[in-house]
Design a protein around this ligand. Structure first.
Ligand SMILES: Cc1cc2nc3c(=O)[nH]c(=O)nc-3n(C[C@H](O)[C@H](O)[C@H](O)COP(=O)(O)O)c2cc1C
Length: 308
């Protein structure tokens, strides 16, 4: 049997051990419970839950989803049940699971991130935090925290200071130089870096002469963004010492292998789950088949292979 296990937080005292490198991407797999009856989700490397905010949110106005060539646009606007309901209703279920669950968090100010980290610290059933820094930074005038290295580092440091859990920071591609942001969050105490979140996009309905999405613009995901994500994973993996989690358009085992060869230690499956709810497991099996065919005994042999 080949070894697919991954250590996502080598700097962290207890580590963050995954049985295999396939994770679900935040916002595309609910709280895991929604998929539990469809396949054995315990076989996955980790589940990342929907972005969680301090207060429950209804999200943006409809329409919020649109299909595009080789992908989709969404402008959900972080609809979620809020951190208190998450702790009360979801974490007792996760505590019974073998698969680690990572909570994706989002705030509008640095203090909100700190408070979320505090609320979730020590709660049984949570194996790590993934910090989504693609939210509007109200205190600095509406830009995303992840756009600038300084604000990205501030959020990371505030979460790090308020949790004993491993901290993944999820980067946005909608920035000038993603490697500078990656280096800043690494310096500020991140254990691992996930990338990428959605690419800013828009669609117009020519007959109503209006933007198609209620929010006007949204985030592009799916196979359309895979080459963008791959290049960014390649660049970031070359710039930081931390484990990198690749995400963006992964729909098959060989897609995942490409990300791993570009330098990712693990991958996240997002929009593919909307086409095929079993996609994360199919992708894991695709990785296993690739390794068997190529005679690879340990997944670590493939990490960064395309970099050498
Ligand atoms: C409907 C939808 C909701 C999402 N919600 C979140 C979220 O709450 N937090 C987050 O960090 N990323 C969120 N994302 C981004 C995904 O986790 C992922 O980074 C992105 O979709 C790229 O991966 P993919 O091409 O495999 O979908 C969302 C994506 C989609 C399509």
């Amino acid at each position: 049997m080949a070894n697919l296990s991954v250590q996502l937080a080598p700097k962290y005292r207890q580590g963050l051990h995954l049985a295999n490198p396939v994770m679900t991407a935040s916002g595309t797999f609910g709280y895991g419970t929604e998929y539990n009856h469809l396949f054995d989700i315990q076989r996955l490397g980790a589940i990342v839950c929907k972005g969680t905010t301090l207060k429950p949110r209804d999200g943006n106005s409809q329409p919020r989803i649109m299909e595009t060539p080789s992908g989709m646009l969404n402008s959900i606007g972080l609809q979620n049940i809020g951190v208190k309901a998450l702790i009360r209703e979801k974490t007792p279920i996760w505590a019974e699971w073998r698969v680690p669950v990572i909570v994706n968090i989002a705030g509008e100010t640095v203090d909100e991130y700190a408070e979320l980290a505090r609320e979730l610290d020590g709660v049984t059933g949570i194996s790590g935090l993934e910090v989504n820094i693609s939210c509007p930074n109200i205190s600095a005038g509406g830009a995303e925290f992840g756009v600038h290295p300084e604000s990205a580092a501030k959020v990371t440091a505030s979460v790090r200071a308020n949790t004993s859990l491993p901290v993944l920071v999820k980067l946005t591609p909608n920035t000038g130089d993603i490697t500078k942001v990656a280096m800043a969050v690494a310096e500020a105490g991140a254990d691992a870096i996930s990338l990428i979140n959605t690419v800013r996009g828009m669609a117009v309905d020519p007959f109503t002469r209006q933007a198609w999405l209620g929010n006007r613009t949204g985030g592009l995901s799916g196979p359309a963004i895979k080459p963008i994500a791959l290049a960014m994973v390649y660049e970031v993996a070359g710039a930081v010492e931390l484990p990198v989690v690749g995400c963006g358009g992964i729909a098959s085992g060989t897609d995942a292998i490409e990300f791993i060869m570009a330098g990712a230690s693990a991958v996240q499956v997002g929009s593919a789950s909307f086409v095929n709810p079993r996609a994360p497991l199919d992708i894991l099996e695709g990785i296993e088949q690739f390794m068997a065919r190529e005679g690879v005994k340990d997944i670590s042999e493939l990490v960064g292979a395309a970099r050498r």
